[in-house]
Design a protein around this ligand. Sequence first.
Ligand SMILES: [Zn+2]
Length: 693
Amino acid sequence: MRKFMIAIVALVCLLPTAGRADEYRVGRATGDITLPVWGIQMLGYVHPQQVGKGLRQRLYARTFVIADAKDQTRLAYATCEVAFVTHTVKLAVLERLREKLGDRYTHANLVLAGTHTHGAPGGYHHHLSMSVLGGDFFEQAFDALVDGIAESVIAADADLKPGRILFAQGDVKDANANRSSIAYRNNPDEEQAKYQGAVDTNMTLLKFVRDDGPIGMLNWFAVHPTSVNYFYKLTVSDNKGYAAYVVEQKHAARHGGPGEFVAAFANTNCGDATPNLNLDATGPGKTDLESCTIIGSRQAEEAERLFDSVTEELSGPIDVRHTFIDFSHVVVGDEFTGAGEQRTCPSAWGYAFAAGSDAEGGGHSLFKEGMTKTDPAIDSLIRLALPNVKATPELVECQKPKAVLIASGLARPPMHEQVLPLAVARIGQLVLVIGPGEFTTMSGRRFRAAVGKELGVDPKYVVIAGYSNDFAGYVTTWHEYQLQQYEGGHTLFGPWTEAAYRQEFVRLAHALKTGESVSTSVEPTDMRTLPHRKVALDGPDERTPPDARFGDVVTAPRDKYTTGETVSVTFWTGSPVNEYDRRDKFVAVERLAQAPDTWEVVREDFDWDTAAEWERVSGTKPKAARPPRSGILDLAPPRYTTKPDPFQVTITWGAGADVAPGKYRIVHYGRNKSGGKVERFTAHSPAFEIAAP
Ligand SMILES: [Zn+2]
C-alpha cells in the first residue's frame, strides 16, 4: 500500500500543473493590542505631560506567516502598532506560542516589529520604568500587548494555505523629509552622490494571493509616525495606522475592524525621516490630525497603486539567521570602519538626546541639539537623581564627541539592554535585515549595500526591518554621530555603532549564503526576573455622580447636524481601565435602519472619525488641567494615582461628507465600580438628525 501511494505521488509530481504552482504557504491575522487608554504615559515622545486620556484608534498587531511549499521553514512577521516591542515582550509571546504550537516559533523565525507610533501608551516597558523617563510599569499593559500579539501569530499560523507572494516597489511622494540634514550632509560626498535625496522615498510592498484571491499586503516605508504631536492624549496609531485603516476599509466586504484583508504598514530606516514636512513639528496639514491623514493617505495611495500593478513574484527558499550580540564591546574590523580596528562602548544617552528633535517638537529646554560639552551643574543634578550611574573616564573617551548625560550601560542592572537581537532573513529574492534600532537613512543604505554585496543580491531587494524584537535607540553613521544632533545623542553604543551593526549583519548574511549555523554565547535579560515596582490600574469604587446616574447624558448632542460637522455628547461614566481588557469597546455610532427602533452600527471605536476622551471629575465640574510642571528634572510623568471620583466621557464623531442623511445616536459602553465590583452598562445619546448641507 505504502509503495503504491509513493508511486501515485511521484506520478502526480510529474504531471504538468495547470497554471503556476504555489511557491509558498501564506496566512494572515490580526490581534487587538489596544493598551489601557487612560492614565499611562504615551511611549515615543516620553513627554511628562503626554498621559493617556482616551481613544481615537484601536491598536493592532497584524501578522503574516510565510512557509515554503513543503512547509519546512516558517517565518512570522508581526507589525505591531506600538512605539516598539521589547525582548521581554517577545519572550512572553514565545511562551504563549509554545503552549499552543510547541517549538514551531523561536527567536529566529518570529519577527515582532513596532510601527513606532508615538501615540500608543507605554507602561509595558521594564527598562524604561527603571529609568527617569518611562513612568510606571503596569503588568496589565504588558499582558495585553503579549496576549494580542500571540493571538495574531497563532491565528495567522492556523490560516496557512498555499499561495503566492508578489513584490513591488515605488515612490511615495511628499511624505517624508530628513529632519537632521545637517548630520546627513556630513556623510562623505562620494557616498551621498550615490543616492537621490536625503531620505528614502521608496516603498517596498508584498502582496499575498491565494487561490480565492488576495488576502493582504505588507509594506515598508521610512517615516516616523509622529504626525500627531505630544500634546495629543488619545491613543492613535498615527500616519501608518491611518493608512492601514483606509486600505483595510476599502478591501473589507463590510464595515468592521481588521479581519479578512490585512494591510500592514511597517517601518524601516526612518531614524531621521519625519512626516512633519515644515520641520517644526507641523505640516503638511493645518492641524496634526489633518497632517496625519495626509501623510497616511499618501502611503495608502502608493500601496494601492503597487498592489494593483504588481507583477514580480517571489521565488526561492525561506531561510533566516539570528543572533544576540553584546553591543557594549563589539570589536569592529577595519573593513567596516575604514579607520582601523575600533570598539563600541557600553550604552549612554548624550546631552543631545535630552534636546529631542526640533522637527518633532523638541525635548527638555535645558538642552540643544549639537551639544558636545557637559555642564557641571546638570551633571550634579543627574547624579542626584541617579546616584548609582556614573560615567567613567574610559566611557567618556569611548563615546566622544558625545557629551555623556546618563551612562545607562554602567548602571547595575543596565538601564538599556546591552545584548541585542540581530537577524537576516530570506524569502526568495527578498532579504530582510532585522534589528532593534532606529536606523538613519544612510545607515540603512549602508546595510542594504553591504548585505546585498555579501549575498550577491541587488540592494533594492534588501529591506531594513527596524524597531524589531527589542529597542536599542538610534543608529547614526560615524559621520552623522560627530555632529551630535538628537539622533547622534541617542546612538547608544558610541561612534562605531553603525559599523558594528553592519559587520554583524554581513556576518549573518555570510552564514545564510554558506548554509552555516550561527551560535551565540550571550542572551538579553528576561526583565521579569528582576524586582519591579508594579502599579495596579484598578481604582476604588467611584462616587455616584452628583444628581445623576452612571450612563446619564451630561451634554446632549444638538437635534440636527449637517454632514461635515462634528457631533459631540458627554456621559457620566467610570474609569475605563477598571477591569481593563484589551478588547473592551467604548463607542459606537448607530443609524436608525427602521422605525421605530431598529438601529444598525455604522461606526465603532477603531474608526478614525470617532474619538472618546475621559475626564476625572471631582466636585461638580471637570477640574482644570494642571499647569505644566517645570522642574529641572521634570522628565517623568506624574505618578499614576487612582481616586474615587467619577468620570465624564466626551464622544465626538466627525460626520463626514460620505455620511448618509438620517437619524443617528451615539452609544457608550461604560462601566463603574460599586461594592468592589465592576458593573458594565450601555448608554445611548438622544437621537439626532444628519442632513445634507
Ligand atoms: Zn524615533
